[in-house]
Design a protein around this ligand. Structure first.
Ligand SMILES: NC(=O)c1ccc[n+]([C@@H]2O[C@H](COP(=O)([O-])OP(=O)(O)OC[C@H]3O[C@@H](n4cnc5c(N)ncnc54)[C@H](O)[C@@H]3O)[C@@H](O)[C@H]2O)c1
Length: 261
């Protein structure tokens, strides 16, 4: 019970990785509030966790007032907030950058970067007032290297990494620490449709030194670790959880040289 009576807020928590993380925090004793734009998923979340210490809001992270309202209701119920998990995010249509539409570029930046900052500022102010708080954000492995088709997503996620570092510098003296996770490709959440195609799973498994995609439970256990007492000195840092894929090259130099001999 690492999170007994801790108050955790998760954005985009009604589905995918956010929901799996909400469930794990509940199992470890936390009170969990989630927000999401998906109306039906929010109702389903309420039904599924009826009788547990949960709150679920339909709220968009790009809407400052809605997120202020979500914080107010969380504070009205539990009096404080200990952990903010900035999980909500979207991926742009995967097309070459020269063909990327303005509307898709703007939307990805609005949600992943601006929305994540708005929520961080709203909750951060409260945590500064409390003199304690932990903020964990989700970046991505594609924030660490160039990957065709992902430009607005990559830019927004690398900005989240720098936001994490900058705010750790600004807010740690007030008792608020931050960190982030840069996951590789996970077998769930936004990849749910794709992982039904064996060819996709095979491709990513071959591209990953560990030989497989990440499990949802591996993502969840990293988030809970980063939120736990034992990880408090990890501050401003982004933990890469990618099975070694960031080090991937299509063919290693040694293999190339060996073959050439
Ligand atoms: N699945 C992966 O392989 C993977 C890898 C790296 C990073 N990530 C990141 O992990 C996070 C969770 O992704 P997922 O795979 O669970 O995706 P998902 O699409 O299954 O879940 C995202 C959730 O966020 C919600 N959401 C979207 N826009 C929102 C907004 N404006 N306001 C509030 N809620 C909003 C969605 O309704 C959904 O419930 C995202 O930030 C994503 O970029 C995922």
């Amino acid at each position: 019970m690492r999170f007994k009576d801790k108050i955790v807020f998760i954005t985009g928590g009604a589905k995918g990785l956010g929901k799996a993380t909400a469930k794990a925090f509940l199992e470890e004793g936390a009170c969990v509030a989630i927000s999401d734009i998906h109306k039906e998923a929010v109702s389903k979340f309420n039904e599924e966790f009826q009788g547990k210490p949960v709150l679920a809001f339909e709220a968009d992270i790009t809407n400052y007032e809605e997120m202020e309202g979500a914080l107010e209701k969380t504070i009205a119920k539990w009096g404080r907030v200990d952990v903010l998990f900035n999980n909500a995010g979207i991926v742009n249509p995967l097309i070459p950058s020269e063909k990327m539409k303005k509307v898709d570029f703007d939307k990805t930046i609005d949600v992943n970067l601006k929305g994540t900052f708005y929520v961080t500022q709203i909750f951060g102010k409260k945590m500064i007032e409390q003199k304690s708080g932990r903020i964990i954000s989700v970046a991505s492995q594609v924030a660490l290297f160039g990957e065709k088709g992902f430009l607005p997503y990559s830019i927004s996620k690398s900005a989240v990494m720098l936001m994490t570092r900058s705010l750790a510098y600004e807010w740690s003296r007030h008792g608020v620490t931050l960190c982030a996770i840069a996951p590789g490709f996970i077998k769930g959440g936004m990849n749910e449709g794709l992982v039904k195609k064996e060819i996709f799973v095979d491709y990513l498994s071959k591209r990953t030194p560990i030989g497989r995609m990440a499990k949802v439970e591996e993502f969840v256990s990293c988030i809970l670790f980063l939120a736990s007492e034992g990880a408090q000195y990890i501050n401003g840092e982004t933990i890469t959880m990618d099975g070694g894929m960031t080090g991937y090259t299509p063919e290693s130099l040694v293999d190339f040289i060996t073959k050439g001999k």
